[in-house]
Design a protein around this ligand. Sequence first.
Ligand code: NAP
Length: 666
Amino acid sequence: MLCIPVTAADTEAAILQMHRAKSLADAIEIRLDYIREPVLERLFRHRPPLPVIATCRPEREGGQFRGSEEKRLGILRKAEELGADYVDVEMSAVGRYRRGKAKLIVSFHDFSETPEDLEEILERLASAGGDIVKVVTTARSITDNVRVLRLLREAEVPMVAFCMGRLGQVSRVLAEKFGSVFTLCSLESGKESAPGQLPAREMRETYRAGKLGEGTAVYGLIGNPVEHSGSPCVHNAAFDETGFDAVYVPFEVTDLGRFLGEFRELGARGYSVTVPHKEGIIAELDSVDEMARAIGAVNTVFERNGRLVGTNTDWKAAMEPLEKAAREKLGKEDGLRGLRVAVVGAGGAARAIVFGLKERDARVVILNRTATRARSLAEEIGASWGGLDMLEGVEAEVMVNATSVGMYPKVEETPVPASILRPGMLVFDVVYNPAETRLLREARERGCATLGGMEMFVGQAAMQFEIWTGKAAPREVMQRAAEGFVFGEKREESIFLIGYRCTGKSVVGQALARALGRGFVDTDEVIEKAAGKSAREVFSSDGEEFFRDLETAALGGGCEGKGRVVAVGGGAVLRQANIEAMKEAGKVILLKARAETIRRRMAADPRTKGLRPSLTAGDALSEVEEVLEARREAYERAADWEVETDGVSVKEVVGRIAQLLSSRKY
Ligand code: NAP
């Protein structure tokens, strides 16, 4: 059962939150300690048709209630009389609480650690006369989760248990599998009632909440850090699509040996492995296949007959699309055999790729910033090597970037000068964010065939899925999930840039579209095309209302397609219908600038010098100020995010927007 705490500060806001939560929650916890002067009759009259838990947590147990104990327990008693289905009373107060018809949850919280005497705590809670016991501690290491989940698995009374904090998120997800009566999650980011709560949508859509049971297999990502990994989205989407009863969670691991031992006991069946554990994990496994041992890195762990086995799917995931591209784009029937391939980089990704290339009989040259690293790798596989200064003279049919250069947020960097890219060359970039790196863009512009890193990323995950499940991987679903994660929004959602003129909507829009590999459109251009005349002419001959109608039509039509970056006319927000159309079709970003900056940019920009249909002939600065003030409320109402453009380069604005999009947590 997924329970969302209502953490509003007053009664009206609490009613609103309860109703926003109802489509995502199985139960609602009203945190009465958060509400100033809660009007309980109104709250319960408007409760949604879901089980309601009444909680009024005192400060000493991490809550916000500061009044007397008598008053606090009185509030709970009244909530119970008004129909609360459950009442949560702390173990420290349960002796003084006169219970009624609601189920009584007796709870224990530890905000600093997961104590050693968990079993004794459970015994005391179980003998306190409640219907459900609740143990909530703080995880200080990933293995604290194991202790709490073990307690849950072995409890003989109905129980809720999980750990708080970032390291405890694993237990919030897995609590359902181990029989917790409910687990808590926030309505959305920023509305948590305790540290580590994940947003409800993420719990449902990424972590499959509501679908886990005793038999659910556990898989996960071992790394550090793991917070920003797309792997949970990709793997859980695949489990969901194929009906495979499993869940995939990120594990932030410091002590590998201890982690592997303890999670084995909880039924974990396989792992992806990432930085910094790809090499170190080899010593902890029962066996490792030949190729992974040669590469010196394991990115996949699976269980066979009770033994943990390591393999590497990165190299194959790189070779498959590369070989296909060599055949289809370069017309090489033998695939990579005999092809001259220059690999830039000598780190982990480069190792997997050059071992793969050697296995496919390609002729490899390794070029790296630190030339000695290139040399030692080259010597291992019998390849040529050099520093990056050798790029100019290199004769290659295939160029591979296996460094992180060009990766978001440094999207304007490239590891290979454009001058050496020749038509007919195949260029492969392991970087997958952005989808088209500067290297790939310049390669495409120079007539090269190109291949991005997303196929490799999805490929390595798909191969892991197949090893773990024995089923064919749903690659398209995994690809969509990966793109959705990387770009932070669904590909079909458009990105609308709003703001007053000269806030950079067109320039930023075009650069953003390039960085994200999307189409760009300007509403004024769509209007001009529809009207057959310039925007200024439409304004002067047909009037503002007609112009605005065309604008509404353009926005209603999604500006001729989905997934676009759209620069929106400055006055579009004056119509509520336009705001709704934009919000329906995607995300709305307000580009902001000070009035003085706008006036200066208008004076300097030949396109806007004489085009001021909404301005009078008076003082330009005060006109800009007036219009900005008049539209301020509408801009703020329309915007999902606001981005400053004052004193910031276009590149920085694009970087900030890309960051907002990719950090989006529902
Ligand atoms: P790594 O082991 O840390 O190696 C980094 C490599 O990049 C080294 O060769 C390093 O050169 C080079 N490098 C870093 N900054 C540089 C700069 N400013 N100029 C020139 N060279 C620079 O990292 P990795 O695990 O190989 O990962 C590399 C990239 O591959 C990352 O972007 C990662 O996301 C990506 N990757 C993608 C996939 C996929 O599925 N598509 C899979 C794995 C990795 P030095 O030796 O001189 O330091």
